[in-house]
Design a protein around this ligand. Sequence first.
Ligand code: ATP
Ligand code: MG
Ligand code: FE
Length: 355
Amino acid sequence: LRILGIETSCDETAAAVVTRLEDGSAVIEADVVLSQLDEHSAYGGVVPEIAARAHVDALDTLIEEALARAGITLADVDAIAATAGPGLIGGLLVGLMTGKAIARATGKPLYAINHLEGHALTARLTDGVAFPYLMLLVSGGHTQLVLVRGVGDYERWGTTIDDALGEAFDKTAKLLGLPYPGGPAVERAAASGDPKRFAFPRPLVGEARLDFSFSGLKTAVRQAAESIAPITDQDVADICASFQRAIARTLMDRIGRGLARFRETYPDATNPALVVAGGVAANKAVRMTLDDLCAGYGFQFLAPPHHLCTDNAVMIAWAGLERMALDMPPDELTVQPRSRWPLDADAKALLAYGK
Ligand code: ATP
Ligand code: MG
Ligand code: FE
């Protein structure tokens, strides 16, 4: 089975060609991603209208490039998979309509994929992880702990009640005068800082529910920065290091509870796994924290390679292939994109009604 994947939900335009072999393994034949970082960095965040126009400009060429790299034409794919949500509606429209047009012109089936499902299933492509497992998605737009029971079968155990974790990194960087995107800049600064200088809050730590909250942390960072004048590079480094420490401690508590709940839910699981996805997974402090935590709870810790953790079309293609392999029906060409689309809601029912 071979599929063309299309991803346009945020600020990456991406196309991929992926083949699934009989044994369930995958061959990535093409993986093309065009980041719009430069177009948005002047604004310190993603500007939806600019993103949508950039997708329009780039998508056709990117699809052609993906096909060329795979050495095939559209006649050689069995289906098309395109992200239908959640995300910025302008970008979703561009990608999904392109997918529909290709499906209509070639007569091939179209799979409208939930972007979060793409992130959730990536570790099956890279590591062949078996259901059920836990997935932590930490990106600029999402912070979710999800129980992955099967293809199309998800239960959200925790989510952020305010800012996403990547957003907390980006906002912290912004108010410290560090460049966008904030995550890598904060991590770099933190390397030479004192993580114990500031006692930043660890929101929701100790609570039984598995949700996250990061906006209080951001406020504490602002108060710390404003209390020092003039602020030196060393002060900034200390704030960043203390910020990362607060996040590590928060994750330890929140995810630790999640792992314990997984154990309670599946007492017979022999090789439980935690999978991490999203751009924040690149952060070494975050990775080390999760790695240690998993070791302590007897969980396997899986972090797909960085380019498959951030937004890409390989994961969208793979989610389509998983559906095809299970003979799940493709979508009607009347399918509508959804800017909001929770992973654990009845996807088909929601799509049928649009909006
Ligand atoms: P989504 O719609 O899936 O949320 P996104 O574009 O917001 O997409 P990603 O591309 O997966 O998310 O990740 C970008 C986020 O990851 C940004 O918030 C960025 O600051 C953060 N990030 C990247 N590298 C690091 C790092 N080394 N440490 C911490 N955060 C990082
Ligand atoms: Mg992105
Ligand atoms: Fe994403």
